[in-house]
Design a protein around this ligand. Structure first.
Ligand code: ATP
Ligand code: ZN
Ligand code: MG
Length: 302
């Protein structure tokens, strides 16, 4: 007897996602993308009167800014860097021979100026820093990016390439903390509109190694990260579909973003996992969007 179809199998069978043979790397159908763009519109409407600007980033960011983010110190296991062939004619011959022989062909693949973006807000901070001191009201940016994390998995919610939509607040401690509280509440309102079971809980990031465990404990104790959790996967705990993060003045200091008075800016961000939110909707309301509850359809399609 064959094993029962998993949620991922059903998504492939229904033609909502397309398998590539690599776990966590999938094509998206037009229906799947429509759900994502409708969700984005819903999220954008909630903050449209508050933002100072909106940006969309490509899936890569400059290596120097990637280094500044501390990602290699904290999460080297998840990071991805872009490499290209940097050899001469002779090396090229070797490359072709190695490929034909099924041998390692990567000797002349050298790192480029680009790293794959691990978190959608990272490319924003150096842009703000280059502008000089922030205005009195700080910055409030809506943004979107594809992100990469090397965490292959059979759980459809854990992709290697996925999108985050974020709101990022940069300003004083008071401004950033108030922003995060507002969005925790709005996150709950969104989940109620979408009729998804949900729970907000304190969380920590998967810092690498033994020293990293202490950082995770401290992040939790200081309540720097909260997640919006929704049950999505077969036989697994709930999945984080949104996160609400306060970075104190760590990024302000790292990238040199300063307030009008010259002190380092505080930053906070709310991240929406776009594929995860779409998957939660398909999980709870079925694989056919035409059959979704009236209220959910109205919230998304108007
Ligand atoms: P998790 O604890 O499940 O690994 P995370 O803490 O790494 O999630 P964040 O770093 O806060 O997540 O990223 C912001 C949002 O991006 C998450 O709330 C989630 O919705 C989404 N996200 C994170 N990792 C993935 C992934 N591998 N695939 C799809 N979406 C993801
Ligand atoms: Zn962020
Ligand atoms: Mg993670």
């Amino acid at each position: 007897m064959s094993a029962p179809a998993t949620f991922l199998d059903k998504l492939f069978d229904q033609g909502l996602l397309y398998d590539s043979g690599v776990d966590g790397l999938y094509g998206r159908s037009a229906v799947f993308e429509d759900v994502i763009s409708r969700f984005e519109q819903l999220a954008l409407n909630l903050g449209k009167d508050e933002i100072s600007e909106a940006m969309v980033f490509p899936p890569g960011m400059p290596v120097p800014d990637f280094k500044t983010s501390g990602y290699m110190k904290n999460f080297p296991q998840l990071a991805g860097t872009v490499h290209s062939f940097c050899g001469n004619d002779h090396d090229h011959m070797g490359l072709i021979q190695c490929m034909a022989a099924g041998e390692d062909w990567t000797a002349n693949q050298k790192i480029t100026d680009i790293a794959l973006t691990p978190a959608a807000c990272y490319p924003l901070y150096p842009i703000l820093a280059r502008r000089g001191k922030l205005p009195e009201e700080g910055a409030y940016v809506a943004l979107q990016s594809y992100c990469f994390r090397h965490e292959p998995s059979k759980e459809p919610t854990r992709m290697q390439m996925f999108r985050q939509r974020e709101y990022v607040r940069v300003g004083t401690q008071e401004q950033t903390i108030a922003f995060r509280e507002t969005w925790k509440q709005r996150g709950v309102e969104i989940m109620e509109l979408l009729q998804l079971p949900h729970e907000v809980d304190v969380a920590n990031d998967p810092f690498f190694g033994r020293a990293g465990r202490m950082m995770g404990v401290s992040q939790r104790e200081q309540e720097l990260k909260f997640e919006m959790l929704v049950p999505v996967n077969d036989g697994a705990g709930p999945t984080a579909c949104m996160s609400f993060n306060y970075h104190m003045d760590n990024f302000g200091k790292a990238w040199g973003i300063t307030l009008a008075d010259g002190t380092p800016a505080h930053t906070a961000c709310v991240g929406f996992g776009l594929e995860r939110l779409a998957l939660a909707l398909f999980r709870h309301h079925g694989l056919d969007t035409a059959q979704w509850p009236e209220g959910v359809r109205k919230a998304l399609w108007g």
